[in-house]
Design a protein around this ligand. Structure first.
Ligand code: RTP
Ligand code: MG
Length: 147
């Protein structure tokens, strides 16, 4: 079963959107296997956004993600990495379609409310940057034959 790292960014936490964002993934049928409020450290932020190290917006991104708590989560499901990015919507808020989280709630890039891993390898790396293995809970969900 595939796993992804999803994180409600500081703008989403400040705006009181944690519950509504979690609901989108519960509604889709994915399984939450861990979640916590985290004050991201500068080192952790730099590791998380290592792929953007040379981009002009890297400094702003690190400042933004460390500016206030985030809600870090691990979700499980078939094809959860790609499907959750569809639920999230496009990076630039002007391109994010209505019905997606960013399309419905975000109004200004880079304040696009939520992060989602973009591949199996980045998901593993990002999960390890925020969670200990014992924090990931294996349990049965009774609806699993249908979703
Ligand atoms: P994320 O990693 O946060 O899930 O977002 P993403 O895959 O859709 O976008 P990515 O290209 O990985 O960019 C990471 C975050 O950097 C900010 N950004 N700012 N100023 C800019 O042009 C710019 N481009 C990206 C956004 O917060 C984006 O989510
Ligand atoms: Mg990304």
């Amino acid at each position: 079963m595939e796993r992804t790292f999803l994180m409600v960014k500081p703008d989403g936490v400040q705006r009181g959107l944690i519950g509504r964002i979690i609901s989108r993934f519960e509604d889709k049928g994915f399984k939450l296997i861990s979640g916590k409020l985290v004050q991201v450290t500068e080192e952790q932020a730099k590791r998380h956004y290592a792929e953007h190290e040379n981009k002009p917006f890297f400094g702003e991104l690190v400042d933004f993600i460390t500016s206030a708590p985030v809600f870090a989560m691990v979700w499980e499901g078939d094809d959860v990495i790609a499907l959750s990015r569809l639920v999230i919507g496009k990076t630039k808020v002007a391109e994010a379609a209505p019905g997606t989280i960013r399309g419905d709630f975000a109004a200004h890039t880079p304040f696009n409310l939520i992060h989602g891993s973009d591949g199996v390898e980045s998901a593993e790396r990002e999960i390890a940057n925020f969670f200990e293995p014992q924090e990931l809970l294996g349990y049965e969900k009774s609806i699993s034959p249908w979703i």
